[in-house]
Design a protein around this ligand. Structure first.
Ligand code: ADP
Length: 625
C-alpha cells in the first residue's frame, strides 16, 4: 500500500473525523471535478479535430445502490492515467489546499462549506461521508484503465483495471449512520436531487440520474424508471434580461431566499471589463426577523461559471448594503478563487466596487421614480443606511447621503436631503434639524418654520451622529434648532429691537448669569420664542442631545461632554415683566424667577435637572409668596 504525502494525510484526517456541518458539499465538489474533466475534453475537442467528439455527448451521472450503500459519480471526461491518479489524489501540491488546512485548524467550528468553497480541496471531501473511496479512471486516448482505492489515512492502492470508455467513475461506500449523522440520506434519490439542484444546478453539462416513478392506474401501481437530467444547465441570471419575465425573477427570488413577499426591486447586471460578471440582485421588502441581530448572515451567492463557490460571500457588498440578496457569477475566477486567495480578493474587490455603485443607483432611482416603494424600503432598512453613514468614521457617507430620508417638520412627510436643499430659500445658510418627531412642540422650530424655512426631525438616538458625520450636504451645513445662533434673516426692525433691549437690560442679564453661577455661559434676550418664557440653547459642537447620549454610556465615559448652555429670556412674555419689577424691588425674588426660568427651559428640553432639591424649594417659595 502506498502512503499519502504527509500534508494530504493530515487533511484527510480532518475530513474523516470531520465534525463540520453541511458534509453535503462533497457532492458539489465531486460534480465540479467531473465538470472540469468534461471541460478539459471539450477544450481538447475544440483544438484537435481528431478527437471527434460533440460537446453534447458529455455528461455526469449520479447513481445509487441503496442496499450496498454505494453512491457513484461518473463522467465521460478526460480521465486520468495511473501517474495522474497518483499525482492528483495522493499528494496535495496546491497552495490552496494548504491554506484550507490551516483555515480548518484555526477555526474548527467553521462551516465546512464555506472553507471548502473558498479553497476547493474538492476530492478529499468525499471522505466526510464515505468510509472507502474508489476511483476508476481511463484517460482519453489511452488503452488501459486504473483503479485507485483508499479507505482513509492508511494509504491507497493503484492497480490496472477494466473500464469501457474514457472518463472517471468515483465510487463512495457511504459510512454507516451514527447518532449524530444520518449518512443514509446520501443514498436517497430525492436528497441527491435536492443537492444537485441546490449546488450544481447550473453546471453546463447534464447531470443525470435514474428516477423511478410510480403510476397508479386502476388501483394498480406500476413503477418505471427514467434517466432524467436534474440540473437546468442555464441559470436565470445568464439568460438575456429581456427574456426573463418579472414573474420568473420574483419566483426565483422567493424560492431561493425563502421570502414570502416579492422584492422591492430586482437588478440584473452584465458587466464586461477588468472582471466580467453577471449578477442578479434583489432588494427585499421587509427586513428578515433576525436582520438587526448577529445571527443574520449577509452575503451574495458566488458562482464560478455556474458552480456555486460560496453561499454567502460577504465581501461582495459593503456592510451598509448587507440587506441585498442575490447571486454573482463570473468566469474570471474559475481557476483562481479556490486556489489563490490573493487573486480572489482582488477580483472580488473589482466586482464589489461595481455592485456597490449599481445598488446605490438603483436605490436612488427608486427614491425618485417609486417613492412609495422607497418609503417601504426606508422603513425596513433606513436604520441600516444611517448606521452605514456613521460606521468607519464616515467612510461611506458620500455614497449614502443621497439615500437618507428624514421627516420634514414643515411638510409632515419623509423627504430626502436633496429635496430639502432644493427647496431652500435664497439666503438660507443651514439645514435645520430638531429632535424628536414632528409633533414635539418647540418654539424654536416654530419660529424657523415661520421664516419659511423647513426643519428636519431627528427621531432616532443615532440621528444626530448621522448629521454630525455628514457635516454638510450639498455644501450646506447642518444646524440644530437649539443652537444659540440660528442666523435667521431677522427683519431689520427685530434686529434693532433686540439690540435695544439687550443694551437696556444689560445689567439684568448680567445679574441673571451671575445668579445661575456657571450653569449657563450667557443669559440673553430673545424675540423668537413664541409663547415660551425661557429657552435653553447651546453653543458649539455638543448639543443637549449629545450630552444626554454621552451621559448614558456605561462607566460614565461621556460625563465630561457637557453642552455649553445659553439661557434665552422671552422679552415678550409676562414672566419677563415680573422679573424686571422684582429686579428693581426684590433681588431675592428676582433670583427665584431667574432660576425658575432655567428649570422651566431645561424641563421643556427634556434635560435631567441637576438639583431637584433646589427646584422643589423654589416651588415651595412660590406657593407661599
Ligand atoms: P482541485 O479540483 O481543486 O484541483 P481535487 O482534490 O478536487 O482538487 O482534485 C485534484 C485533481 O484530481 C484535479 O485537479 C484533477 O486534475 C483530478 N481529478 C479529480 N476528479 C477528476 C475527474 N472526475 N476526472 C479527471 N480528473 C479529476
Amino acid at each position: 500500500m502506498k502512503q499519502f504525502q504527509t500534508e494530504s494525510k493530515r487533511l484527510l484526517e480532518l475530513m474523516i473525523n470531520s465534525i463540520y456541518t453541511r458534509k453535503e458539499v462533497f457532492l458539489r465538489e465531486l460534480i465540479s471535478n467531473a465538470s472540469d474533466a468534461l471541460d478539459k475534453l471539450a477544450f481538447k475537442a475544440l483544438t484537435d479535430s481528431s478527437v471527434g467528439l460533440d460537446r453534447g455527448d458529455l455528461y455526469v451521472k449520479v447513481e445509487i445502490d441503496k442496499e450496498a450503500r454505494i453512491l457513484t459519480i461518473s463522467d465521460n471526461g478526460i480521465g486520468m492515467t495511473a501517474e495522474e491518479l497518483e499525482r492528483n489524489l495522493g499528494i496535495i501540491a496546491k497552495s490552496g489546499s494548504l491554506e484550507f488546512k490551516s483555515g480548518l485548524e484555526q477555526d474548527e467550528n467553521r462551516d465546512a462549506a464555506d472553507i471548502i468553497g473558498q479553497f476547493g480541496v474538492g476530492f478529499y471531501s468525499a471522505f466526510m461521508v464515505a468510509e472507502r473511496v474508489e476511483v476508476l479512471s481511463k484517460a482519453f486516448g489511452s488503452e488501459t484503465a486504473n483503479l485507485w482505492v483508499s479507505s482513509g489515512i492508511d494509504g491507497y492502492d493503484i492497480e490496472p483495471a477494466e473500464k469501457a470508455g474514457h472518463g472517471t467513475t468515483i465510487t463512495l461506500c457511504i459510512k454507516p449512520d451514527t447518532d449524530e449523522e444520518t449518512y443514509s440520506e446520501y443514498l436517497e434519490t430525492y436528497r441527491l436531487r435536492e443537492l444537485i439542484k441546490k449546488y450544481s444546478d447550473y453546471i453546463r453539462y447534464p447531470i443525470k440520474m435514474d428516477v423511478t416513478h410510480t403510476n397508479t392506474e386502476g388501483g394498480e401501481s406500476r413503477e418505471h424508471t427514467e434517466t432524467e437530467t436534474i440540473n437546468s444547465m442555464l441559470p436565470i441570471w445568464r439568460r438575456p434580461k429581456a427574456e426573463v419575465s418579472d414573474e420568473e425573477r420574483e419566483q426565483f427570488y422567493r424560492a431561493k431566499f425563502y421570502d414570502t413577499e416579492k422584492p422591492i426591486s430586482s437588478l440584473t447586471i452584465n458587466a464586461e471589463g477588468l472582471v466580467s460578471f453577471t449578477a442578479l440582485l434583489f432588494v427585499p421588502r421587509k427586513a428578515p426577523y433576525n436582520y438587526y441581530t448577529r445571527d443574520f448572515r449577509p452575503g451574495l451567492e458566488l458562482y464560478s461559471d455556474g458552480v456555486l463557490i460560496m453561499d454567502r460571500c460577504a465581501d461582495l457588498l459593503p456592510e451598509c448594503f448587507r440587506f441585498v440578496r442575490g447571486v454573482t457569477d463570473t468566469g474570471d475566477l474559475t481557476l483562481n478563487i479556490s486556489r489563490e486567495t490573493l487573486q480572489h480578493d482582488r477580483q472580488l474587490r473589482v466586482i464589489a466596487r461595481n455592485l456597490e455603485k449599481r445598488v446605490k443607483d438603483e436605490l436612488k432611482r427608486l427614491m425618485t421614480e417609486a417613492p412609495e416603494d422607497y418609503a417601504e424600503f426606508w422603513t425596513a432598512f433606513g436604520t441600516q443606511l444611517k448606521y452605514g453613514v456613521i460606521s468607519d468614521f464616515g467612510a461611506k457617507k458620500e455614497l449614502l447621503s443621497e439615500l437618507l430620508m428624514f421627516r420634514s417638520a414643515g411638510l409632515k412627510k419623509l423627504i430626502s436631503l436633496r429635496e430639502y436643499t432644493d427647496a431652500m430659500a435664497d439666503g438660507q445658510k443651514y439645514i435645520y434639524y430638531a429632535f424628536g418627531d414632528e409633533t414635539r412642540s418647540n418654539p424654536r422650530t416654530e419660529s424657523i418654520l415661520d421664516t419659511g424655512y423647513d426643519v428636519i426631525c431627528l427621531e432616532e438616538d443615532t440621528d444626530e451622529f448621522v448629521v454630525q458625520t455628514l457635516t454638510t450636504f450639498d455644501g450646506k451645513e447642518f444646524r440644530s434648532v437649539n443652537s444659540d445662533d440660528l442666523e435667521l434673516p431677522d427683519s431689520a426692525e427685530t434686529k434693532e429691537e433686540l439690540e435695544k433691549l439687550s443694551a437696556e437690560y444689560k445689567d439684568l442679564l448680567e445679574f441673571a448669569r451671575n445668579t445661575l453661577n456657571g450653569r449657563v455661559a450667557e443669559a440673553r434676550i430673545s424675540l423668537n420664542l413664541k409663547g415660551a418664557p425661557s429657552y435653553i440653547t447651546t453653543r458649539g459642537y455638543v448639543t443637549l442631545e449629545l450630552e444626554r447620549y454621552f451621559k448614558s454610556l456605561p462607566n460614565g465615559e461621556g460625563n465630561q461632554m457637557k453642552a455649553e448652555r445659553v439661557l434665552e429670556i422671552n422679552a415678550e412674555h409676562p414672566a419677563f415683566d415680573a422679573l424686571k419689577s422684582a429686579y428693581a424691588d426684590d433681588k431675592t425674588k428676582a433670583e427665584i424667577i431667574v432660576k425658575l426660568m432655567l428649570y422651566r427651559a431645561l424641563l421643556a428640553a427634556d434635560v435631567e435637572i441637576e438639583s431637584p432639591t433646589e427646584f422643589a424649594e423654589l416651588l415651595e417659595h412660590l406657593m407661599v409668596s
